[in-house]
Design a protein around this ligand. Structure first.
Ligand code: AHR
Length: 357
């Protein structure tokens, strides 16, 4: 396997400047392949080659995530990035990983579209001694030596925070009933599994009337289509739980096209995840009443893992990113999940101005 030197000091400076908070995780020793990478890297010249298999370009969040990876793994930072857009198809990701193995890249980074079905191809990467770093969504494998490290979001917690906010808001506003629709993400993706699981549990615990539940595939077009059809068959919807911002944009278009209104004084409350700049701009106006953060800036986090592996250091096996919750107004100043309290940030123009993506 070809191994190449990285300008470790340059990258270390860059990463410490760019790094944003990661939550705790469990420590794991660097894999054998990573130790070998470290040895070889000090012997040869050049850049570190990273093959990145990206889910697709389905959302604004995803675009921000791709940009974070591209700007981090640049030539000037000591990397050669091979970027592959899988167009939301797992078979394309499997082909991309096989190509990376053939190309003898130094590291494979995978943002998996769904959780299952990775054993065979990751075994091939392991057999080729190429460390695999999973980013954003998680994979479900029985042998966790098939990947070196994972960094991403706690999607279930995101959903729990959002649902706790809704119940607290409903109590504060003395809402008689909650007739709610869940526009899910891509079925089988960790982001969908966690957010839907939290939704199902909260709906049952709080007695919400679930009017409909269907995937919007994390896209604006599908979010709009699903909302249109839900509105045609149900006249009583007063809350829609969209599993990302783009679905929320589509749902808002569908609601307004049907002659209904969104917002605190409107017919339907729209909830969302991601807190992209456009998403929280809609939260400032109340069109999206509550928006739970999912942070896409993973480039520096993955670079920090690679730097540690290059230096022969231990890396956390799993790292959760710290994320917030944002809302229109201040009716619900904090939410509680499993005894832990989370402050709710009221969206202001200043908050939007500080949101780069
Ligand atoms: O996995 C993260 C999710 O994927 C984001 O919420 C969504 O916007 C993206 O497509």
């Amino acid at each position: 396997m070809k191994r190449k030197v990285v300008s470790v000091l340059l990258c270390a400076a860059m990463v410490s400047a760019m790094m944003v908070g990661c939550g705790g995780g469990s420590a794991a020793p660097a894999e054998d392949a990573s130790a070998e990478a470290s040895e070889d890297a000090s012997e040869e010249g050049g850049t570190i080659t990273v093959g990145f298999s990206q889910v697709g370009a389905e959302s604004d969040w995803r675009t921000a995530n791709s940009e974070s990876m591209k700007s981090t793994f640049s030539e000037e930072n000591g990397y050669t990035l091979i970027f592959d857009d899988a167009q939301q198809k797992q078979e394309n990701q499997i082909t991309a990983i096989r190509n990376f193995v053939q190309q003898e890249v130094d590291y494979i980074v995978l943002a998996p579209v769904t959780e299952t079905g990775w054993e065979t191809v990751l075994q091939e990467a392991k057999d080729a001694d190429i460390p695999v770093i999973i980013v954003d969504r998680m994979i479900d494998v029985s042998d966790d030596s098939l990947y070196t490290a994972w960094v991403g979001s706690n999607f279930k917690l995101e959903g729990q925070k959002a649902c706790a906010w809704l119940q607290a808001y409903a109590d504060a506003k003395e809402m008689d009933e909650i007739n709610i629709v869940d526009i899910q993400g891509t079925i089988g993706a960790s982001a969908q599994i966690g957010r839907t699981e939290a939704f199902d549990e909260a709906a049952q615990a709080n007695g919400w009337n679930v009017v409909g539940q269907q995937t919007g595939e994390f896209t604006q077009a599908k979010g709009q289509e699903v909302m249109e059809s839900m509105l045609k068959s149900n006249d009583n919807i007063n809350v829609v739980y969209c599993e990302n911002d783009n679905e929320a944009f589509g749902a808002i278009d569908a609601i307004e096209a049907a002659g209904k209104t969104v917002g605190p004084d409107g017919d339907i409350l729209v909830m969302s995840f991601d807190t992209t700049n456009a998403g929280i701009t809609d939260t400032l106006s109340g069109k999206i009443i509550c928006n739970t953060e999912c942070n896409p800036l993973h480039g520096p986090r993955v670079a920090e893992i690679i730097e540690k592996l290059e230096a022969g250091e231990e890396v956390e096996k799993q790292q959760y990113v710290d994320e917030g919750i944002f809302a229109y107004g201040s009716d619900v100043p904090e939410v509680e999940v499993d005894g832990e309290k989370f402050e709710v940030t009221e969206v202001t123009q200043e908050v939007i101005d500080g949101r780069a993506y």
